[in-house]
Design a protein around this ligand. Structure first.
Ligand SMILES: CC(C)(COP(=O)(O)OP(=O)(O)OC[C@H]1O[C@@H](n2cnc3c(N)ncnc32)[C@H](O)[C@@H]1OP(=O)(O)O)[C@@H](O)C(=O)NCCC(=O)NCCS
Length: 353
């Protein structure tokens, strides 16, 4: 049976509020613009205000994607929602988004593959379309990491405020500064639809390895504990993820080039036949390293980490929205999508636009 193609018919993204610069972060922890930029390529990020969850960010991004697609929300027959910072422990955020979009009743599936969620999403979309289970699919990645940042007084970040961080806030933020400087909030939405064209998923390699789960994980709030949330969990800052940055870095720069080469071999595609390398943005140095390893020219691997930081599941949809709106990703072009996220989950996909 011939494979049914699918294409992106509309995209959108949304980031909350004014950007928080590296200089602003230095008001609450011992860090500097120089350290953060040199180690990660990040200059600024956005943070969701208190009371705003990923479903709210996703709602804004989805409205933009729906408008760009020239469809109505009611045309969507499946929602895939990717986040590692859901509105609630349960239920997931997908159904909340459906309600906000005015399409209650439409099936909504939550994906929790963190920064690698887009790859799992592409596999789901392909499956839903090939089986005829859905025709018009909204894929959203959205994150509100602000909820795990280790300080309490957010007004200190305001460059116009004379407030200074309390010694307790500074100590908490310093303890987690390697992690806190990397993440930012935002949402990206992509609408996929079946097409007669030769477009869509054209090869995928996916991997998961739970042996390395504790390289990046949230120690608190899990159901191994009774009750699953306790006062001392907060005192021990167990809501803040623990991250072994060096080991994750090593994992990413080893596994992603390996997987990219394996996918090329499997599909009989040469690296120089690929038009775009759409890579998750965890650290610009990781992507520079992958680019060097694969011999990819810098203009083929777009970067936006300087403006958003790592928006986890939001990153790839935000990047794709920016690149599509700029007119860079053209019909018929072949892209390789690369990502690695907590889990650890990682992989590469060929997506033809
Ligand atoms: C986090 C990361 C930027 C840290 O860079 P690094 O070169 O590994 O730095 P290290 O953690 O070894 O720390 C080096 C020094 O900088 C200090 N440091 C850590 N964070 C800092 C910050 N925000 N500002 C200033 N100094 C900082 C450390 O305390 C350490 O000081 P020391 O040498 O006096 O002990 C880097 O490891 C990374 O990006 N890893 C991948 C993370 C990732 O991709 N996560 C998401 C996966 S989806």
């Amino acid at each position: 049976m011939a494979k049914i193609g699918f294409e992106i018919i509309g995209t959108g993204h949304y980031v909350p509020g004014a950007p928080v610069t590296n200089h602003d972060l230095a008001r609450v922890m011992s860090t500097s613009d120089e350290w953060i930029y040199q180690r990660s390529g990040i200059r600024q990020r956005h943070f969701a205000p208190d009371g705003t969850g990923p479903s709210d960010l996703a709602f804004e991004a989805s409205k933009r994607a729906i408008e760009a697609a020239g469809i109505a929300a009611k045309d969507i027959d499946y929602i895939l929602f990717a986040t590692m910072t859901p509105d609630y422990v349960f239920p997931g955020s997908g159904a909340l988004l459906g309600a906000k979009l005015g399409i209650p009743g439409v099936a909504a599936l939550d994906i929790r593959q963190q920064c690698a969620a887009m790859l799992f999403g592409l596999q789901m979309i392909d499956g839903l379309i090939q089986t005829g289970a859905a025709k018009t699919i909204l894929f959203v990645g959205a994150e509100a990491h602000a909820g795990f940042m280790p300080w309490e007084d957010w007004s200190v970040l305001d460059p116009n405020s004379a407030r200074e961080a309390s010694p307790e806030d500074r100590a908490r933020a310093d303890k987690h500064r390697n992690l806190a400087v990397l993440f930012g909030d935002g949402a990206g939405a992509l609408i996929f639809r079946a097409t007669d064209r030769d477009a869509g998923l054209r090869g995928l390699k996916l991997h998961s390895d739970g042996r390395s789960a504790e390289l990046l994980y949230v120690p608190g709030g899990g159901f191994r504990a009774r009750p699953y949330w306790r006062a001392d969990s907060y005192e021990n800052q167990e809501h803040v993820p623990r991250m072994d940055g060096r080991e994750l870095f090593r994992f990413a720069v080893t596994k992603l080039p390996q997987t990219a080469r394996a996918l090329c071999e499997q599909q009989g595609v040469k690296l120089d036949e690929i038009d775009w390398f759409l890579a998750h943005q965890a650290n610009k140095r990781i992507n520079d390293y992958i680019r060097d390893q694969l011999g990819v020219p810098s203009e083929k691997l777009p970067s936006n980490i300087d403006r958003f930081g790592n928006t986890s599941a939001g990153t790839l949809p935000i990047l794709i929205d920016e690149q599509m709106r700029a007119g860079n990703l053209k019909r018929g072009q072949l892209s390789m999508v690369l990502a690695l996220g907590a889990g650890i989950h990682w992989g590469c996909a060929f997506f033809r636009f």
